[in-house]
Design a protein around this ligand. Structure first.
Ligand code: AVI
Length: 326
């Protein structure tokens, strides 16, 4: 007779342990939630690239227009405060928008040092290899790790004032209260005379906002459901994707655009040895994409110790890159 010995599962890496802890904590909470920072595995990155090019997702096009057309004005506003500075970018991604500012930066003789910060080592490697070819003379000093740790490192390396970029409405993925905490921490890392260039999506026709998170091709749906696939693969879970509905909402009075997954039946899911039960119609909160008013942006600056210098807006008035002084 053949004996079958179960092979023990290999120990989880520290990153996976943290992922498992966050997932279980979120799904054992009431109401249930998952953290959108886990959307970005390789499949999530690819889906987000497609979202940024889809017709309904206006945010990238609006910010691209600002940087393509107004980089000279942004650089002059910065130069009026500091004649030379180091540029630091939180969550640099492929830097496809920032290149416009970087080109103008070099042309204006503002300095050569650019510190892109990203959690993905692939992204940092790619930027280090490709950016100096695209922008001759640019000194790319990539920092791979968590935002605050890497911001501290950039502070140790900086030789002059720093301009920190936080673009693409990434601040919208924090609740307004979390945004105060996060920007307060950024402010504490900066010295007086440093600056922050930060992208905000503005409140607008609610239909336009909702459509951006409910595109016809179903890319945003797949982007949300991909987190269940990732949990299955990395945390030994058995989610059935087609038993969850992508449900985006927008509250025009608060500017909170929220995505949920709704359980389509009573079901139980194994995750890393635990069993999580979902009731039929029970929501799982996935992501907030907060939309701001100009007053809300001013108030956020005041609450976090920044002084607004100038807002740069696209032609439609849908998006703002705000320049703040520390
Ligand atoms: C990265 N972040 C600003 C995007 C947003 O608009 O909140 C992520 C996203 N989620 C769904 N579509 C895009």
């Amino acid at each position: 007779m053949r004996t079958v010995t179960a092979t023990p599962a290999p120990p989880l890496s520290r990153a996976r342990q943290a992922f498992l802890r966050d997932v279980l904590e979120g799904l054992q909470a009431h109401p249930k939630r998952l953290h959108s920072k886990y959307f970005y595995d390789a499949a999530g990155d690819a889906l987000f690239q497609q979202i940024m090019h889809c017709p309904e997702y206006y945010l990238t096009r609006c910010e691209m227009e600002i940087l393509e057309r107004q980089s000279p004005a942004i650089v002059s506003a910065i130069r009026a405060v500091a004649p030379q500075a180091d540029l630091v970018e939180l969550g640099a991604g492929d830097a496809s928008k920032s290149v416009h500012l970087l080109r103008e930066w070099m042309r204006a003789g503002m300095g050569e040092r650019y510190f892109p910060i990203d959690i993905s080592s692939n992204i940092i490697r790619h930027l280090q290899e490709t950016l100096p070819e695209r922008i001759p003379g640019l000194d790319v000093q990539g920092l791979n790790g968590e935002y605050m740790d890497m911001l501290a490192k950039s502070g140790q390396a900086a030789g002059c004032a720093r301009v920190v970029m936080f673009m693409g409405s990434s601040i919208g993925n924090f609740t307004p209260e979390e945004a105060v905490g996060f920007l307060g921490e950024v402010r504490r890392q900066l010295r007086p005379g440093d600056m922050l260039l930060i992208g905000f999506d503005l409140q607008k026709n609610p239909r336009q906002v909702l459509d951006a998170y409910n595109d016809r091709q179903g890319l945003t749906r797949d982007f949300n459901l991909n987190l269940l696939t990732r949990i299955n693969r990395e945390l030994d879970a058995d989610f059935e994707r087609d038993q969850f509905l992508h449900y985006p909402t927008y509250d025009p009075s608060s500017g909170a655009c929220k995505s949920f997954l709704i359980s389509l039946r009573d079901q139980a899911v194994h995750i890393g040895g635990a069993l999580i039960r979902f009731r039929k119609d029970e929501p799982v909160f996935m992501e907030i994409s907060q939309k701001y008013t100009p007053e809300g942006i001013r108030e956020l600056a005041a609450r976090t110790g920044f002084s607004p210098i100038r807002n740069f807006t696209d032609e439609k008035g849908w998006f703002v890159d705000a320049l703040w002084l520390a």
